[in-house]
Design a protein around this ligand. Structure first.
Ligand SMILES: C[S@@+](CC[C@H](N)C(=O)[O-])C[C@H]1O[C@@H](n2cnc3c(N)ncnc32)[C@H](O)[C@@H]1O
Length: 364
């Protein structure tokens, strides 16, 4: 039919994308979902050979997905590169939980949240570039999650409606933004009391309180990478936002990692599971942090602590504790500097289930 040819034409699709880019409207989502469902219906052939030849399979992929038995897409990562938040998230009991994933790309983490028993899962991206792939894998892996296009990572609590989550995954994004604190401030009010947030980012391994800037691409050539906090600063910032580190995994960047390794800075990827607390946890001599949390203009303007205080409680369980000797004085939270120095690092991944690849049979 004539109108169908027009609706499917690249010119019309480009027009729709341009016009609706960065808009949160139900119309944009419905229209794209419709396009997507139609094109995916056409693009998913019934045989593995057909899948291998399909447009879907031959696109750029961030994660590697098994689209048909034995048919894995390419990925941006080496096959044995560990995905630390995935390894940590399997210690959380997600049964009946509400989960939010920030910067989902094609949706590996949202699929796993669903498969681990979550009740409602929301995936997010700043744009719609990966939307069709996300819809395709959602269908293939037979899970149901929602999607929100959030634009910038700032002020997310104003962008996802009146929601509260048991678990939020904030991984692989803090180094991409001008202001990492602004991002955490905007998300923290969405976490239920006692809920869990997995926060993962690049760090420099040194014992001070500082943040290294990626001037001249000295830490990574990648153009959207800005900040690597030192490990004690990362720990302090999490506790500033009333997030108590309770578990972590560290992947040191290896000399043969030509994308991330830099000889001048000992650096790596640190993924931390945090428990939401109502009372911040600082040494008793630190009177600055509590005052800053309450009275600074940034806290007042960017961190909706009234919304945070009104959130319901979560009963989400977490089944791993790294050891009392690794805790800060007082025993409420993990000392990340001690943990990184005393726990075995994660080098290459031992199984595909610890990587950026998702097999059709994977549950976690
Ligand atoms: C490195 S990927 C991380 C993917 C996933 N969260 C993980 O840990 O495997 C970065 C994600 O953040 C999004 N992103 C990067 N820079 C951003 C920015 N400045 N504002 C909003 N989103 C951004 C990307 O589109 C992508 O979804």
């Amino acid at each position: 039919m004539k109108y169908e040819r027009f609706l499917n034409s690249p010119v019309f699709k480009r027009f729709v994308r341009r016009r609706l880019f960065d808009r949160e409207s139900v119309f944009s989502r419905m229209l794209l979902a419709w396009f997507s469902a139609r094109s995916m219906g056409r693009r998913l052939p019934a045989t593995p050979e057909g899948v291998r030849d399909s447009e879907l399979f031959n696109q750029w992929w961030y994660y590697s997905f098994e689209l048909a038995p034995g048919v894995m897409t390419s990925s941006s990562f080496p096959v044995d590169f560990p995905l630390l938040p995935r390894m940590l998230m399997r210690n959380a009991d997600l049964t009946g939980c509400d989960c939010l994933d920030i910067g989902s790309v094609e949706g590996l983490m949202p699929i796993l949240m669903c498969r681990q028993g979550a009740r409602e899962v929301i995936a997010t991206n700043p744009h719609l570039y990966n939307y069709e792939k996300m819809q395709a894998v959602r269908k293939l892996f037979r899970v149901n999650f929602k999607f929100r296009q959030i634009g910038s990572l700032y002020d997310v609590s104003r962008k996802v409606g009146n929601k509260a989550f048991d678990l939020i995954n904030l991984s692989g994004v803090l180094y991409h933004v001008y202001s990492p604190m602004h991002v955490i401030a905007g998300l923290r009010p969405l976490l239920k009391k006692n809920g869990l947030m997995i926060v993962s980012t690049n760090v420099v391994r040194r014992p001070d309180f500082s943040m290294e800037f990626n001037d001249r691409g000295k830490l990574q050539r990648e153009a959207t990478t800005y900040w690597y906090p030192s490990i004690p600063l990362y720990d302090y910032l999490l506790r500033y936002f009333k997030l108590l580190p309770i578990d972590c995994l560290y992947h040191p960047y290896a000399r043969d990692d030509s994308t991330r390794f830099t000889a001048d800075f000992e650096s790596g990827y640190l993924s931390v599971v945090c428990r939401a607390t109502e009372e911040p946890s600082f040494e008793s001599s630190d009177t600055w942090a509590p005052e800053s949390i309450t009275d600074s203009y940034e806290s007042i303007l960017l961190w909706d602590q009234a919304k945070e205080s009104a959130q319901p409680a979560s009963a989400i369980g977490y089944g791993h504790a790294p050891g009392a000797h690794l805790m800060h004085e007082g025993g409420r939270s993990l000392d990340l500097w001690k943990a990184v120095n005393e726990l075995p690092p994660v080098g290459v991944a031992g199984t595909p289930q610890d990587t950026h690849a998702l097999l059709l049979s994977d549950r976690a």
